[in-house]
Design a protein around this ligand. Structure first.
Ligand code: C5P
Length: 319
């Protein structure tokens, strides 16, 4: 009898411990979150418990849509190409196969070891929101296997808040920056010219203008370049943002890339500050914020999707 009672007490304590760990996870909307647990601690259990059987998630997530262009002939369907050609400017007749051939002459097509199916990695997706300023998230971000940054993200002077490591840097020609050796440049192509630009920037430097002046050459590890597939952008536009905005933002695209590549995804630096400013963490003038609701992206829809993913335990969202 006494033994049975002891067992009940032990079981009750275990249950309390599990519940306590779940509520420590940095879920969006569950109280002020000040101290994150170790990245590999409790969340995995909480994620599994809360995610099985979400019809909402299953209706959107499609693991068979590969994030990368592979260089195989005719890998893009005509509906993808038709949609993609209208994203920036009017659709023109382009020799897409020739552009792709040239691209994968200058750059390596991805091989199995670049994109392996071993997803047992933790990933931090670091957006450029002003919310990161003063967050102190730097060490936590750097503790992930992969650290994904984007566009004109800055590190020098912001290490405490944004960390120091980068494994993948998402960009397009107009937002391009030079990278350290070993970092994957992930090109997000919004038009055929973007593919031509990356080929040119690693070879002849013949392309210096798109709709604005762009970098003639880029310093980055050419063996590490990854090209996102227009089909992946269309998948996000169709399944996730569901045609809100003209096409998904770089940040939301990087987040979906991580959802397809990583076992655990932590998200930092997304959203407006408490006063509704959509500035970047390096900008002093909050009102000059470049990322806000535009005709191009729908920041509100993307943010609500991030909140939902967090509420369903698919990502850890650090506000
Ligand atoms: O402005 P930029 O596109 O360089 O920022 C990178 C990404 O960070 C955006 O695409 C967006 O997804 C996210 N962001 C945000 N809130 C901000 C600024 C950027 O969610 N205030």
């Amino acid at each position: 009898m006494l033994c049975q009672r002891r067992m009940q007490v032990v079981l009750a304590l275990c249950l309390l411990l599990v519940l306590w760990q779940c509520f420590q996870a940095p879920r969006d909307g569950i109280g002020p979150f000040t101290q994150a647990p170790s990245l590999l601690d409790a969340p995995a259990a909480c994620l599994t418990a809360s995610t099985n059987g979400s019809a909402w998630f299953n209706a959107r997530y499609n693991l068979t849509t590969g994030p990368l262009l592979t260089g195989t002939a005719h890998e893009l369907s005509s509906d993808v190409v038709q949609w993609w050609l209208t994203l920036q400017g009017r659709s023109r007749v382009v020799q897409l196969q020739a552009i792709l051939r040239q691209l994968f002459t200058v750059l390596q097509a991805p091989s199995g070891n670049v994109w392996d199916s071993n997803h047992r990695r933790t990933c931090a997706v670091v957006g450029n929101s002003g919310r990161l300023k003063g967050s102190g998230h730097g060490l936590r971000i750097d503790a992930h296997d992969w650290v994904l940054r984007m566009n004109r993200a800055k590190i020098a002077g912001f290490e405490q808040d944004v960390g120091m490591r980068t494994t993948h840097h998402f960009m397009y020609p107009e937002s391009a920056v030079n990278l350290e050796p070993g970092v994957h440049l992930v090109l997000v192509p919004f038009k055929p010219l973007d593919l031509q630009w990356v080929a040119s920037a690693f070879s002849t430097g013949e392309l210096t203008h798109t709709y604005t002046k762009v970098k003639q050459f880029i310093k980055a590890d050419r063996n590490k370049v990854l090209i996102l597939s227009p089909a992946f952008l269309k998948y996000i536009h169709d399944n996730w943002t569901q045609h809100h905005g003209r096409y998904p933002s770089t940040g939301f695209t990087a987040l979906l890339f991580a959802l397809h590549a990583c076992q655990q995804v932590s998200v930092f630096g997304f959203g407006a500050d408490t006063k509704g400013n959509w500035h970047h963490y390096w900008e002093k003038n909050r009102w000059s914020g470049a990322f806000r609701r535009t005709r191009v992206h729908d920041a509100d829809v993307e943010f609500s999707l991030i909140e939902r993913l967090a509420a369903e335990g698919r990502i850890l969202f650090y506000r």
